[in-house]
Design a protein around this ligand. Sequence first.
Ligand code: ATP
Length: 626
Amino acid sequence: MPPGGGMRGGARGFLTDEEKANKPKVTWPLIKRILSYLKPYWKQMAIVLLCIGVSSVLGLLPSVLTGRIIDEGLIGRNLKMLITLILVSLGVTFGSHLIGVGESYLNNWIAQHISFDMRNKMYRHLQKMSQRFFTSNNQGDIITRMTSDISGVERVVTSTFTSILSNTITLICAIVIMFRQNPILAVVGMLVIPLFVIPTRMAGKTRWKLTQESQECSDEINGILNETLSVSGQLLVKLFHKEEYEYEKYKGVNKKMIRLNIRESMAGRWFMVIIQTFSGIGPMLLYLVGGIMMMKYDSDLTVGDITVLVALLGRMYGPVNSLLNIQVEWIRSMALFTRIFDYYDMPIEVDEPENPLPPNNLGGTVEFRSVDFSYDSERQILKNVSFKLESGHSIAIVGPSGSGKSTMINLIPRLYDVQSGQVLFDGVDVRDLDLGFLRESIGIVSQETYLFNGTIRENLLYANPEATEEQLIEACKKANIYDFVQKQEKGLDAMVGNRGLKLSGGEKQRISIARVLLKDPALLIFDEATSALDSISEQKIQDAIDPIIAERTSILIAHRLSTILAADEIIVVKDGEIVERGKHAELVKRGGTYTELYETQFKKALLEKEEFVPTETEDTDYLNQE
Ligand code: ATP
């Protein structure tokens, strides 16, 4: 009998309020869909079913043989028979466990393969999801679907399905054998079962409630650790001198956890006493009734028969308990599959065209034709935006913060699609171009540079895995980062740290410029950092970017005058609309948004920067006018 195991199983045997509220609708299409994942492995599954059936039946045989060992071997004083029966019983036990090993290997193999398929499918699907999906979903939720939900499927295959099957077979066989041995004693045995099962479930429920509480407590602890031990979190704690406060908070929750853990492990101990007493009642009752039948009613019942019935009764408690949880396990498994399928069914917002068109030219030209765009139904971000960027030219987009500059850029590599109007790249609507071609043709140096935790070399090779050492050095030189690389003890093999945190903002941005150069895109988009870089860093970035802009089609989201001046045309965006366009000298005199930006941002920055030396372009005339 497995009182401990029963208890632990019992703890999972209840649904949380949330699970009750979100019970999945089990429909035939859902079942069919689940089966479609099992179908490729049907042959292996058939073998598993056979193994479970055979090992469940073999597992009961020793209990039946015990009767014959007692009656024919011991009471019948037949040594040969006794030895034979003992050997058969041992052989059967060994055989049944051997089959169990095979079954468990095959079962795990199937579960791992199913989860391998599902994981890969999920990853592939998530890769196709749009930027909108990633900005509006919690990263933790996405990772949970990928990890624990799919691991849950493994558990369903390896344990839920198997245990339902083997327990049902064991129970049916045990009942049939018991009734064949003696119907009256079989009925007596059945009546005893609830005496054991009811207290077990009560104990399970108490324990389950405590488990829930301790889970919440553990989530709270994790939350505190995540917040206060993360790179930025610990910095905040240090700078606000909140160490004591955070320590006390942590200690408090930790203490709560200890109390809960102790209560959890002690819970049900009283019930255990009752359970164990009741579990003793079953066999005693069988001995008593059996004895009365033998002695008073002259039944042909033997001592062996009674022993078999007692042994079989003992074998029934576990399966009964576990089958009582079927409904809960079933709902959980279905909910798991439903959650995974919900993700699979999320529509791919930015999808590949079925028949991509070839580009009309290959110069990285961009055209916006009456583009309207909004992230959600509440607010329109871009309104009727139209402009054209010719091959080899450059455009600077300027405008107040939040005016929609980055949004415009996002539409070119199709991080989002327009609501109306068209974005054309190389003369073709971006939605008709091969997505791979489109994204390979565009290089973006974004404000928030993302570097993987690895070496500088690994980060650079991400753009072009075939790049030679010379090409890497060349790109670093052009991006003005080579001096920095040379100063590193390990050169290109220096680690950049978690998300590049070991580097300064300027260094990161220059590495990302080198990375884009290795990609050699037809169109370069440079989203200039708004955060203040020191003037040397700024100058280094400027020196890197200027020649690149001069030689290829580029769009610059500019915050600094020097960058603006490097562009062929300036587009001024305000509240999602292009309000002005032209060259610096004209715009600055116009007295509109650009003049305002110039007065409040560019000029101020210019005056603060004493070492600024204007480049000799016609656009710098305004300096002389002042
Ligand atoms: P900045 O110069 O500060 O970078 P910006 O001109 O580039 O600003 P955008 O980033 O294009 O401005 O944002 C335009 C508007 O769209 C802002 O009001 C912003 O709040 C909103 N926005 C940006 N990204 C999203 C998003 N993923 N979901 C919803 N709204 C967004």
